[in-house]
Design a protein around this ligand. Structure first.
Ligand SMILES: NC(=O)c1ccc[n+]([C@@H]2O[C@H](COP(=O)([O-])OP(=O)(O)OC[C@H]3O[C@@H](n4cnc5c(N)ncnc54)[C@H](OP(=O)(O)O)[C@@H]3O)[C@@H](O)[C@H]2O)c1
Length: 263
């Protein structure tokens, strides 16, 4: 018997992007309690990653890297081998910009797509060969994925991609026994707002029904373990999801603009 292909002797790992704070760190807290040998924690800020490993111990393996740089995706790929089973992949790193289409540069617009979409797809494709029955992909989409949203347009569009991509991927992975869950949180208290606010005249200011990332992550992880292809938390997000099936996109965009007091 080839021991390297024996599930029992493989090193079980979790990979979490954007792990050094906010929503990602909540997944570190949850997954550290699971039976994994290592958590590969990815983010750009090396100091924050170091603090994370000091807080959670030697199970945390840090990868300080920018996921919008394709060379770094190769680094991750080169660290995987047949002795490893990826039990969890949490594609969490992402950001928004609260402004009109011309409020940020072309480079920044494309960078948001590179992180929110391309890195999510790439990490999935890199990790799936090292996943086995019971492995879970958890892709962070958003409540913003349910409708086109002016003044947060690219962000909402990237999250619509993540939601649709993940649900279809879940179907394709069925025969492998691997599940993919699209997590669609509403507003959560994290640093997303700091990075999102560019001081635009027409910006997003109403963050209704904001939740703690801890509560949302707990529900998301539970849903992922059940193999659900979508995870929502709270009545407001569930209502938005229902509306996406009943209301026209035009109506929804008008409600959104009224909510944000944008004329
Ligand atoms: N907060 C909300 O209201 C909300 C609602 C719905 C969905 N979400 C989604 O939740 C996810 C987590 O966001 P958050 O709310 O926790 O915001 P956050 O506190 O700003 O966290 C973002 C994380 O992504 C990392 N990151 C950013 N750019 C990166 C890059 N280029 N390469 C690698 N890592 C990068 C950040 O670390 P470094 O800065 O060290 O790189 C940080 O760990 C995102 O996908 C976001 O869209 C958030």
């Amino acid at each position: 018997m080839n021991t390297l292909t024996n599930d029992n002797v493989k090193k079980q790992i979790a990979i979490i992007t954007g792990a050094d704070g906010g929503f990602g760190k909540e997944f570190v807290k949850l997954i550290i309690k699971e039976n994994v040998d290592e958590i590969w924690a990815i983010a750009r800020n090396a100091d924050k990653l170091k603090s994370l490993s000091e807080e959670f111990g030697k199970q945390i393996i840090t990868f300080p890297m920018d996921l919008t740089d394709r060379k770094n995706l190769n680094v991750l790929q080169n660290n995987l081998n047949d002795g490893v089973k990826v039990k969890y992949l949490v594609n969490n790193a992402g950001y928004a910009k609260f402004c009109a289409y011309d409020g940020i540069s072309l480079e920044d617009s494309l960078n948001m797509i590179d992180l929110n979409v391309c890195a999510v797809v790439a990490l999935g494709l890199i990790c799936i060969p090292y996943m086995q029955k019971g492995s879970r992909i958890i892709n962070i989409a958003s409540q913003a994925s349910f409708f086109p949203l002016p003044y947060i347009n690219i962000y909402a569009s990237t999250k619509a991609f993540v939601r649709n991509y993940t649900r279809a991927l879940n179907v394709e992975l069925k025969s492998k026994g691997v599940t993919a869950t699209a997590v669609c949180p509403g507003w959560m208290k994290t640093n997303l707002f700091e990075r999102g606010n560019v001081g635009a005249e027409k910006g997003i200011t109403n963050f209704a029904h904001i939740k703690t990332p801890e509560a949302v992550a707990k529900k998301a992880f539970k849903d992922a373990k059940k193999g659900k292809d979508i995870s929502t938390y709270g009545a407001y997000v569930k209502l938005t999801r229902l509306l996406s099936k009943l209301a026209s996109q035009k109506t929804a965009m008008n409600i959104w603009l009224k909510q944000q007091k944008i004329k």
